[in-house]
Design a protein around this ligand. Sequence first.
Ligand code: SF4
Length: 220
Amino acid sequence: MFALKSGVVKQKQFATNLLKWFKSHKRDFRWRRETDPYRILVAEKLLQQTTFGHVRKVYGEFLKKYPDIETLAEADVKDIERTIKPLGFHRQRAAQFKKMASSMVAAHGGKVPQKREDLLRLNGIGDYVANAVLCFAFNKDEPIVDMNVRRVVRRYFFWKQLNDEEIRERLRPLIPKNNAREFNWGIIDFSSLICSRKPKCKICFLNDLCSYFNKQLRGK
Ligand code: SF4
């Protein structure tokens, strides 16, 4: 019975089933194959409030023009604006990129810092990008929380009242050791392909224990 399933079982099944699903359904994006922290940071900054399709169009050109942090720090901000114009918010983002790169040159020897507090001090870096860089660039077991992740956990776990920090605290223990990349990408892809705005609950491999499916649709 759904009601009798313990929270621990539910959490364990979430991580286990998600990773299993991700192995055969993961989406391939160029930035997911990157290992250089700078290139990963650029991708995460570009991905904010933007679709994957739009980022695909400018990511290659951005890296060609600004292949490292020093080049970006010295770049003409108007040129950065032109490069990222298709993404929107280009003036604000271009200024952030330049300031961010300048700070990394001045304070971190032209490298992406590996500490959360240092990342958060950079211009235009918030909790999401900081954790994404820690996870995808430095393989730290850190959860990321954006609107896609929020949607999934609010439905599946019924964590409706939790803020982002509380969601991160609850997700962190669910991450399989040294596998935060697949865990985080798995939630993002699952959110896009199955637990989307109009969720495909009937074909969802998590529906047995999902709060939303069981309470809202089955009335349990
Ligand atoms: Fe999302 Fe539906 Fe799956 Fe629940 S059963 S996790 S609401 S797709």
